[in-house]
Ligand binder design. Sequence first.
Ligand code: ADP
Length: 492
Amino acid sequence: MRILLVSSEAVPFAKTGGLADVATGLAKALASDGHEVVLALPCYRRHIPEEGRGEKIGQVEVQMRMKRVRADILETTLPDTSLRVWLVDQSNYFDRASLYVEGGFDYADNSERFLFFSRAVLHAARNLYFLPHIIHANDWQTGAIPAIVKEKLRDTEDFRGVGTVFTIHNMAFHGAFPPWDLELTGLPQKLFNWRQMEFYGQLNLLKTGISFADMVTTVSPTYAREICRPEFGCGLDAVLAECGERLVGILNGVDMDAWNPELDPLIPQKYSSDRLQPGKAACKATLQSELGLNVSPKSLLFGMVTRLTDQKGLDLISARIENLLEADTQFAFLGTGDEGYEKLLRELEQRYPGRISATIGFNEKLAHRIEAGSDAYLMPSRFEPCGLNQQYSLLYGTIPIVHATGGLADSVTEATPENLANGTGNGFAFQRYDADAFLNACWRAVGMYQFRQDDWQRMQQIGMTRDWSWNRSGRDYMAVYEQALTRVKSTT
Ligand code: ADP
């Protein structure tokens, strides 16, 4: 299959969030499965050094209101692969300090910048004769693509039968702009209505993507259901609920080159599911000693690496951590964020020397060492679209304790005797977002760690041996692409 993957960011070129990891991880997985993939993104000149931009393979011109705007299409490859990457090089739009925001303000012309990008990529596909079967757009920046394809391109010979998929990575950003920006899409005024592109009087590009795509995805199956409800839908719950089977959740994969205890250069001793010890115990002892915790193999060490925000369940932790200290437990925290939580963690560290360590800051190496050296991992998030750290924990034999929401519910299964026997129990999950429910889940972990080591080890094996890679997610996306093509066929 030929797939055009359009994203406003992709590692290692430009990144502000998870979208960048997904774009690259997915592109690689699809290509390694034999599909012909082109990944397209803007050429952010201050982020992508000249020597990394490849060479010019064409030029496009797009009518933006009264002016015709040109861009060069540069082609390079993803490092260490032959995967084709197109960079849309337009210096007025993309030679800026940041991707979207500067000095706390969105760029005033963000709609123009990304509508140009979206349209330029479609022009490039035609001019350069890369005629895809599927165009996969992501988040509001490329939300107009499914509309342009459906309303304009599908009537042309080159794009007949092409399917579109739109993925929501971040519900919070709608890409909402004044109604007159509709002109920048090149689409007719009649589409500016409450069922298609309009949301409360504004042009809404997230809604546009959702309304027009043949298939819509988000980053986990549970989150796909949750966003159809007002608590999670950021105002678009009704639009999403209407998608029905057109909306699918696919859990993001893990970059196994970066997060794999067998290969990880950042941890003190490597280990695997076949040979967990002595590596895992050595990682724990090193972590304890580096962080000033008591070096005690028997204490249950809880780890947590996170943005310190309300989303991540720190209110539950602060409410019950002192109860948990009554048992033989320790805590290793790493994070930055809200001042109140930073202060709280610092105070806890001072009050409980040898039992609690708090590192305030962003530290990649320590993040890996906490994943490897902890026994259990705390992730009681209030909501979590996908979540990566619980997946890293599972891969590192570190037992996740999670609130059963979003991607956490889809990756962590309570280790009941039944689930241990059937090979699914890999952690502890509580259903209600509540301090006592959280505490109970932690007690279940403490109890098993102290008295049922065989079950604990079984649980570690279950987590470590499941496929968390992009290959699995890539297959799920392929199934969605097929569904999109079937839908197109049935409507034309
Ligand atoms: P979110 O994207 O909501 O922050 P995820 O679990 O999906 O949460 O991903 C967070 C990523 O950021 C993980 O790779 C995690 O290890 C990393 N991370 C978060 N905070 C820190 C930190 N203080 N130091 C190092 N890595 C961090």
